[in-house]
Design a protein around this ligand. Structure first.
Ligand SMILES: Cc1ncc(COP(=O)(O)O)c(C=O)c1O
Length: 416
């Protein structure tokens, strides 16, 4: 690695792309991080950052969380992997606990399949919906602006046509409709539709929460047509929005729920959960993955649930999200703060370029991301402290101060 590093530690930024050991899908990374603790990260120069991105809503219990580190460390000494020909007590405990959480949230008993990423969780859900639907019923309807993953099927489900174009032809059987438009959804869901795949808050699309009416309308439409309702909780799940799962805000009961990200606090693990009769559509041989439910990955899941229950993570996310919204309310250059819990989109005044603010904030030591040309996304660890929130809001105010014209209107709060 060292031969790719510049002396400043700002890896690859000034080097020819061919010298970078990674495929050029993310652009050259400009900062190399070597250490984290809670909301803080340190780069190889020793510079400290506040991480309000949390690995894109992954490290919800903070970097180097001691409970997770201890559980994974103990498991390393005991057993890493045995294959799916055999059971292991760690994955079994994690599966029971995740099923229990989803039973509490949805009112339905179900079963799950452990995955290694969000895309794999959605792949599993799409395959399950096709198997459950049977021949002639294989189409998946999702929303424009959605994000469901980068494998071919989940990319086809992702409602961003520009991302499809370089990889055409896309797999067949995917349809997209305008986000939040129930009439458009109604027109798209016919007898050929196996499932509607929907986020409870569109994250990559700009942090847009689904309204209660929308999610309840989708539920009703699925009931009327026999299509499954798959809710993609990969970014919203595990307390991020102020509830264990984002669909709880709308009081709906999905047939299938997909998870990843915060579930392992950085350990690569996800899950596809389905209510019992839907899960029963899978038979031995229909699906699998070498690393599904390894003891090492699922030891992190058990520790995350322990810790989230101990601190009442949904309530903390709700409270700290409210604190950020209130504090940003007074910041010139911010015209809107929308989202739920600790999943927030900060809309900047017209003419302010979110990507430029993102780079400025990075220089100042705050990590966020520009999720649209005018929106910053804040998804800090749920364990973020009051002092860290105040510090971050101060840094945002500083970065916006130079850019604010007379166009900045009053803040509208949309914390649904
Ligand atoms: C809502 C949603 N679904 C699916 C994915 C894909 O997850 P992964 O990158 O782990 O495959 C993401 C990732 O950002 C996501 O936000």
């Amino acid at each position: 690695m060292t031969n790719h590093e510049t002396p400043s530690g700002h890896a690859f930024a000034h080097a020819p792309m061919a010298n970078c050991p990674f495929m050029p899908v993310f652009g050259p990374p400009s900062i190399m991080f070597e250490r984290g603790r809670g909301t803080e990260l340190w780069d190889t120069d020793g510079k400290r950052y506040l991480d309000f991105l949390a690995g894109i809503a992954v490290v919800s219990l903070g970097h180097a969380n001691p409970t997770v580190a201890e559980a994974v460390g103990d498991q390393l000494d005991r057993l890493l992997h045995v294959s799916n020909f055999f059971a292991n007590p760690v994955a079994t405990e994690a599966a029971v606990r995740v099923n229990d959480l989803l039973h509490d949230a949805s009112g339905q008993r179900g079963q799950l399949f452990f995955t290694n990423s969000g895309a794999e969780s959605n792949e599993c859900a799409i395959k399950l919906a096709r198997k459950f639907g049977g021949r002639g019923r294989h189409t998946v309807v999702s929303a424009l602006g959605s994000f469901h993953g980068r494998t071919l099927a989940t990319l086809a489900a992702t409602g961003q046509p520009a991302k499809h174009e370089p990889f055409a032809p896309m797999p067949e059987g995917f349809r997209h409709v305008a986000w939040g438009d129930l009439d458009a959804m109604r027109a798209a869901v016919d007898g050929s539709v196996a499932a509607v795949l929907i986020e409870s808050v569109q994250g990559e699309g700009g942090v847009h929460p689904a309204t209660t009416d929308y999610l309840q309308g989708v539920r009703q439409l699925c009931d009327e047509t026999g299509a499954l309702m798959i809710v993609d909780e990969i970014q919203t799940g595990f307390a991020r929005t102020g509830r264990w799962f984002g669909f709880e805000h709308a009081d709906v009961s999905p047939d299938v729920v997909t998870l990843a990200k915060a579930m392992g606090n950085g350990m690569p693990v996800g899950a596809c959960w389905a209510r019992l009769d839907v899960a029963a559509a899978f038979e031995p041989g229909d699906h699998g993955s070498t690393y599904s439910g390894t003891p090492i990955a699922t030891s992190a899941v058990n520790a995350v649930i322990d810790e989230m229950q101990r601190i009442d993570a949904p309530a903390v996310a709700e409270r700290q999200g409210r604190r950020i919204v209130d504090a940003l309310g007074g910041v010139p250059g911010v015209v809107d703060v929308r989202g739920r819990g600790l999943m927030l989109g900060v809309e900047l005044a017209p003419g302010i370029d979110a990507a430029a603010v993102y780079r400025d904030l990075l220089d100042r030591g705050l990590i966020v991301n520009a999720v649209t040309p005018s929106t910053l996304r804040l998804v800090p660890p749920i364990t973020v402290t009051d002092a860290e929130i105040d510090e971050a809001v101060g840094l945002i105010a500083g970065a916006l101060a130079d850019r604010v014209g007379n166009s900045a209107g009053p803040v509208q709060e949309e914390l649904l």
